[in-house]
Design a protein around this ligand. Structure first.
Ligand code: DGL
Length: 271
């Protein structure tokens, strides 16, 4: 039994799609969330910069007495996790492995689509893990640099010409390949799941890495004997690196519920 919080971070608000599922699956767990909203997006930056930012994010989270770290960011999971995961004496979960496990389970024709940030696609981290599990799979991927800024600006709804145009542009070549599974390889993308689903068609399974990671975290806590006491009331705290103004309304879209918990601004320069 361990009632210490789980530390979760993302470059921005996308990681809240993982928090939403964590709250649902693990209602007794305290959560400390960091969204580096002052520096989002990470996805177009160099590997060195992404590693540096990830270390600062983790240094901030470990300034609290946390029991596990969830990298709720596709970009950090694909690009920095391998480099930094052994530097901390805590269980760490990223979003890539849980998404891959799900994708290889649901695909029937072994034609898998993958979208993500430039850094995530260039890392080929998803491809490697898929092919280790399913050597004859074919993976069709596209970097989608405009999707995160559109999502962070609330352009997420059906009928929004900007998001619909961007989705069509990025996904047409993948759709033409006849994939039956599409990994939304960035934790921001489930917010536009409706728009993507409409475009791809109902027969294509969409995989949300954040949601898959929550189940993985539940197992990780269980395995390490560090789950929180059942029945306790959990507290959630949110930290951002840019203004907290507007955070609650934007965050509630990702969480699919009101933000319940304190929201604070933090400066990561000293971390
Ligand atoms: N949520 C991040 C990810 O999953 C956003 C990408 C970014 O910061 O560029 O990749």
């Amino acid at each position: 039994m361990d009632n210490r919080p789980i530390g979760v971070f993302d470059s921005g608000l996308g990681g809240l799609t993982a928090v939403q599922k964590l709250i649902e699956l693990l209602p007794n767990e305290d959560i400390i969330y960091l969204g580096d909203t002052g520096r989002v997006p990470y996805g177009g930056r160099s590997r060195e910069t992404i590693i540096k930012y990830a270390r600062q994010d983790i240094a901030f989270l470990t300034s609290f007495d946390i029991k596990a770290i969830v990298i709720a960011c596709g970009t950090v999971s694909t690009t920095a996790m391998g480099e930094i995961e052994n530097d901390y004496d805590l269980p760490i979960a990223g979003v890539v492995l849980p998404a891959v496990e799900k994708a290889v389970k649901v695909t029937k024709n072994k034609r898998i689509g993958l979208i993500g940030t430039v850094a995530s696609i260039n890392s080929r981290a998803y491809d490697r893990l898929i092919l280790e599990r399913l050597p004859d799979a074919e993976i069709f991927s596209a970097a989608c640099p405009l999707l995160v800024p559109l999502v962070e600006n609330g352009r997420i709804n059906r009928g929004d010409i900007m998001i619909e145009t961007a989705v069509r542009e990025y996904l047409t070549p993948i759709k033409e390949q006849g994939v039956d599974t599409l990994i939304l390889g960035c934790t921001h993308y489930p917010l536009i799941g409706d728009v993507i689903g409409d475009f791809m068609g109902g027969e294509v399974s969409l995989i949300s890495p954040g949601a898959e990671t929550a189940a993985f975290v539940a197992e990780l806590l269980e395995k390490n004997g560090i789950s929180a006491e059942k029945g306790r009331i959990a507290t959630h705290r949110y930290f951002v690196t840019d203004s907290i103004e507007g955070f609650s309304s934007a965050a509630s879209l990702f969480l699919r519920q009101d933000v319940r918990g304190e929201v604070s601004k933090v400066d990561l320069h000293n971390f």
